[in-house]
Design a protein around this ligand. Structure first.
Ligand code: BG6
Length: 498
């Protein structure tokens, strides 16, 4: 694809997101030769810097990302794209200068993408400043704004953030990133469902017992306590990333893959999630906080001992919930979502458990309960597709065993790209398919809001789990039956109650 010339302006260019994700992603796009020939990357930060100083920093960022040596020839080209513009806090004049630069300097393409790699509280401030000098009017070229989650703190604050964006922008100008949707394996959910006839007939309440969507991490809160204390696992992962995964797994086939068709279907699913009343929160949600423990054989502190965490914090680092989708396809099928920091493994996966056959013909020959079929889509660290089925064990007896059909679909030399690489290109191109529309965000908040309200009131007790474990034991109470349990491993041997 050849992209039209564009100016990409990154606010917060010196921050973590930009250093760790955006600038390296842009460099990789340069290497792949897919950036428009005429494209300026205009970085904005609070401090003054000369262009040369900034280019030196960009080089440092690339070197840090690729310590084993980076492609110098690509960097020579990459560096010519970079410019720097300081926007100190409260300096309205810097936006006037920006307006002159973008409107009058012929080196800057008039289609502009403003990327807000800043704290969410700064989104409205910067957007107001841009809007007030007329930089968001689409007279000379397109003007797009990219924002990152969190989109609000709850339903009300999400709506008020939205109001402040709508003062200067219309919906097609806004690109809300959920980097999970940009992951190649997540898009594979759609391909898997809609490009194969084998599965779609089974993808419903008649055959599926329940669905589990898990994102677990080894890492703790790290240096992000400041943000995380005000967020917690339910907001940080479930309201956003895991709800998106749920929508992709459960949605009806869209009319086409056009952005609005796709987003319409996702919203339909989110709308049909049965509301959880405050009195039902205990039966539908569970939270926990990591205590000290061991990760990779090394002792790690508990959440309350982390720098920046209040000693009596009840912020959850683990959250699990059960939802029902009250529609024709999914009525009665529970969807379990869970996430946690400092868990036993880094793993994100969608696991689908099928029902047992209606008649257990082999009961007499086996000593254990029947093992149902599972289909599992591993998202990370390995992208994989597995199906577990029963086969006869070779020999005279009629005994069965579970085997896994494992498909590795990446071929030698096929490199996975980072979610940000694709998303940056899409934003420059104006393709909304992998970005969230406001109603998706809003409906997702509606699902978690009652839980957040109850958890905010019950501030005296929180379950703990040892760092390096699979989370608090009590979380099993979310299951409806004894033969349902959290599936931790994608391998045949795992999967039993721990
Ligand atoms: C972010 C959360 O949105 O996603 C983090 O704020 C989390 O807490 C991260 O660690 C997980 O993303 P990934 O791509 O590393 O799985």
């Amino acid at each position: 694809k050849t992209l039209a010339p564009c100016t990409l302006m990154i606010f917060g260019a010196n921050g973590n997101l930009s250093r760790l994700k955006l600038i390296p992603a842009l460099f990789r796009l340069e290497q792949a030769n897919v950036l428009p020939e005429k494209m300026v990357i205009l970085s904005a930060g609070l401090e003054e810097r000369s262009r040369d100083e900034w280019v030196g920093e960009v080089e440092g960022i690339i070197k840090a990302k690729y310590p084993k040596g980076y492609d110098k020839a690509t960097f020579e080209k990459f560096k010519t794209r970079h410019q720097y513009h300081a926007t100190p806090i409260g300096d309205a004049e810097s936006y006037n200068r920006l307006k002159v630069l973008l409107d009058e300097d012929a080196n800057y393409p008039t289609d502009v993408v403003f990327y807000m790699a800043v704290r969410p509280s700064e989104f409205p401030v910067i957007i107001d400043a841009l809007g007030n000098v007329g930089l968001l009017k689409q007279t000379a070229g397109t003007r797009r704004v990219v924002i990152e989650k969190p989109f609000g703190y709850d339903l009300l604050s999400a709506q008020s953030l939205q109001k402040s964006l709508y003062k200067h922008l219309n919906e097609p100008q806004i690109f809300r990133i959920d980097h999970y949707v940009g992951k190649g394996t997540v898009q594979n959910v759609m391909v898997f469902r809609f490009a194969n006839m084998l599965l779609e007939p089974l993808w419903n309440r008649h055959y599926i017992d329940h669905v589990q969507i898990t994102h677990s991490e080894n890492l703790g809160v790290g240096g992000r306590a400041d943000y995380y204390e005000g967020s917690g696992a339910l907001r940080d992962m479930i309201q956003s990333h895991l709800m998106q995964l749920l929508a992709l797994v459960a949605m009806e086939p869209p009319v086409s893959l056009a952005a609005e068709h796709l987003r319409d279907e996702k919203v339909k699913v989110l709308k049909t999630i049965r509301p959880i009343s405050q009195s039902a929160v205990h039966a539908h949600a569970f939270r926990g906080q990591y205590a000290s423990g061991t990760i990779d054989g090394k002792p790690v502190p508990g959440y309350l001992e982390e720098t920046g965490v209040a000693s009596d914090s009840t912020t959850e680092t683990y959250a699990a919930m059960k939802v029902f989708i009250d529609n024709w396809r999914w009525s009665g099928v529970p969807f379990y979502l869970r996430t946690g920091k400092r868990m036993a493994e880094n793993a994100s996966a969608i696991m689908i458990r099928f029902k047992n056959p209606p008649q257990d013909l082999l009961r007499a020959t086996r000593h254990e309960p029947p093992r149902p079929n599972w289909i599992m889509l591993g998202i990370q660290p390995d992208d994989c597709l597995k199906m577990e089925i029963q086969v006869k064990i070779p020999g005279l007896e009629l005994q069965t065993r579970t085997i896994s059909l494992d498909a590795t679909y990446r071929k030698e030399g096929e490199d996975e790209y980072d979610a940000y690489e694709g998303l940056l290109l899409d934003a420059m191109e104006g393709d909304h398919s992998l970005f969230l529309r406001f109603d998706e965000v809003e409906w997702s908040w509606r699902v978690v809001d009652p839980i957040l309200k109850v958890w905010a009131m019950e501030r005296d007790f929180i379950n703990t789990y040892s760092a390096g474990s699979w989370g608090p034991r009590g979380t099993y109470r979310l299951f409806d039956r004894e033969d349902q349990f959290w599936r931790h491993s994608l391998n045949v041997k795992g999967g039993d109650l721990e």
